[in-house]
Design a protein around this ligand. Sequence first.
Ligand code: AMP
Length: 281
Amino acid sequence: MTLPPILRSKAALQEKTQAWKMAGEVVGVVPTMGALHDGHLSLVAAAKQACDRVIVTIFVNPTQFNNPDDLENYPRTEQDDAAKLARFGIDAVYVPDVDQIYPAGFATTVSVAGLTDVLCGAHRPGHFDGVATVVTKLFRQTMADKAFFGQKDFQQLQVVRRLSMDLDLGVDVVGCPTIREEDGLAMSSRNLLLSDRARVKAPALNEAMEAMAEGLRAGGNATDLGAAARERILKAGFNEVEYLDLRANDDLSLLETPDRPARLLAAAWLAGVRLIDNIAV
Ligand code: AMP
């Protein structure tokens, strides 16, 4: 298996994508921050199915980190990532140098209102501005027709959908299911930061959410079930539940019962690591 070509400049990327677009090929992009796991690889497989050409981007985007330690500690495993991508036969891995995304004097921010006021947006100031800005740049630079995002980051998926529509970016945003470990923990690059002891406790988040979803389906309300679920998560050894909300799929408005298509979304801290998860109700 040959390693995919790694491109580090916008010019090298665009030389390729321009030729593909001229030939009428459908170009897909899978934006990531690297430390690839089976969740990311499921997006790559979906992209391969739907597109003639697939670009995986790896960029640990400094502007979406609201905490310098988090940026510093974020896992970086570029060689392993390239090896994991080899079997998919993708066309390029775009690992831009920072100045290819943020050239000197960069002064523009893309901001999506409303959807970003709640959940992770409320707890991580500036995070979604960073995401929206880098995604806009990556969509333009790759000239992608389709982009593949995980439902694992459900709010991000909805923000990117809104952005692509609002700015006429012409990118079809495809949401793909969350891939989990056998014990139910949603795969995440941040799971690498969990100690063995913390890793054993981590599935409690999803377990409590599944139980809460079951209660909601049986007619319970989010206030009562949420209080019980929070208690269960803390009892399992988590340090803090940042949010555990039932929200409407489309506009992320807060719900008490799932009387329209809804998701349960949570963020919680375990031994210094922030884990997020969400499930359909
Ligand atoms: P990240 O590298 O964490 O920025 O994630 C890159 C893309 O992979 C995003 O679209 C995520 O939603 C997606 N992703 C991350 N974890 C998973 C997972 N467990 N299942 C499916 N997609 C995922």
